[in-house]
Design a protein around this ligand. Structure first.
Ligand code: FAD
Length: 355
């Protein structure tokens, strides 16, 4: 993450470094990440979905199937890393997984984000999240005064640069990340809500009279999909006790963050899962190794953990460190011709720390 924040700044965007990575310019992030991958010799295939997996008789993942404008293709590799967020590849390969919480597997809500413009940052300063936690409440009251009732009751406005803002003010409840029709409906509903809210703010006049949507997100934000069963499962108890593990790939500090699971929970401030409440804890390497299929690593929000633990480790700063760790593990295990679970994190570090 430190390397990325420095690279964003080098490319002229200082907001990430100035806010300790809380806010970043998505266009600069896209550019920097693509540049780093191209420089590293990674071949990128955009607009390509993993749609199937092939395992051999030893239950080892040997190939994946993808679909794109090039049609259906098969890819053979020594090792694979599932970074689909939803654990699509691991599920296709036959791994067991958990979803959401309770008997009906309720997941955290999805949210559509958008970029806005047309507002003077000084004039709306009190509503910008980085000025303090009261900003969200003030923004909600402003919306309510304008007759707007946002589906997410903690509307978050962030100033990225030169009068460009991001806004998060939408919640889509009970949408399965694996139901394409439901995700499509939620996306259409969420986009309409963002435009309705911006229209409402514009009608307030004054500082808001020129507000406009620059873009809505390329895809609705999914907080939660499958949690693939790994060789270690991170639990709420690990967070409470501040787990120390000899194979730690990173130490997570982000609070427990379960957004309301239903519209009524949002309105009444659901207290079932309290925010915060953890000691910094380790993410162990075995939580990144699929338990049921060999040769498959996991990184990001689909790693192995329970519902509460997921609500903390799912965030970007942790996902980046897990991705780096899984990449190092995949490379070491391929080069040393052993499976990922036959390696220790110490051995992976020794093999990759000088390169
Ligand atoms: C609205 C919202 C607000 C958030 N706010 C914050 C925040 O303030 N701070 C923070 O740190 N984190 C935040 N998070 C959490 C954070 O963004 C994610 O949890 C994090 O991005 C997880 O990273 P990931 O790489 O595991 O998954 P994702 O970011 O979801 O990436 C998965 C990628 O895989 C692709 N993919 C999915 N399925 C397939 C497939 N079958 N084939 C090919 N590709 C596939 C997707 O298109 C996507 O590009 C937020 C999340 C949401 C939704």
């Amino acid at each position: 993450m430190a390397e990325l924040l420095a690279a964003f700044a080098k490319r002229g965007s200082h907001v990430a470094r100035d806010t300790s990575g809380t806010v970043y310019d998505p266009e600069v992030a896209k550019l920097v990440l693509e540049e780093l991958l191209v420089e590293a010799g990674v071949k990128i295939l955009l607009h390509t979905r993993v749609v199937g997996a092939i395992t051999d008789q030893q239950n080892r993942l040997v190939a994946i199937l993808t679909e794109s404008k090039s049609g259906r293709q098969a890819w053979v590799a020594e090792r694979f890393v599932d970074c689909t967020g939803d654990g699509d590849l691991a599920a296709q390969a036959g791994c067991q997984f958990d979803v959401g919480v309770g008997a009906d597997c309720t997941c955290q809500p999805m949210s559509m984000l958008a970029l806005l413009t047309g507002v003077d940052p000084h004039a709306v300063r009190e509503f910008i999240r980085e000025t303090g936690s009261a900003a969200k409440r003030r923004f909600l009251h402003l919306m309510e005064d304008a007759g707007i009732s946002p589906s997410y009751r903690a509307p978050t406005l962030r100033h990225l640069h030169s009068g460009i803002y991001s806004i998060m003010t939408n919640h889509e409840y009970g949408v399965s990340a694996f139901d394409n029709a439901a995700v499509s409906e939620a996306t259409i509903r969420a986009r309409r809500e963002i435009h309705d809210i911006v229209d409402g703010l514009r009608r307030l006049g004054g500082a808001w009279q020129e507000i406009a949507v620059v873009a809505t997100a390329e895809q609705i934000g999914v907080r939660e999909g499958r949690r693939i069963r790994g060789r270690y499962q991170i639990t709420a108890n690990d967070l409470a006790s501040g787990l120390r593990h000899k194979e730690a790939v990173c130490r997570a500090t982000f609070p427990i963050d379960v957004h309301a699971l239903s519209a009524s929970g949002n309105l009444e401030i659901d207290q079932t899962f309290k925010k915060g409440g953890l000691k910094p804890y380790d993410v162990p390497y075995p939580a990144l190794i699929a338990a049921d299929v060999d040769g498959l690593l996991l990184a990001g929000r689909c790693i192995s953990g329970d519902f509460v633990a997921h609500s903390s480790y799912r965030v970007t700063g942790n996902a980046v460190a897990m991705g780096e760790a899984a990449g190092r593990a995949a490379a070491t295990s391929a080069l040393q011709a052993v499976l990922p679970h036959e390696l220790t994190w110490e051995r992976i570090q020794a093999a990759t720390s000088s390169s």
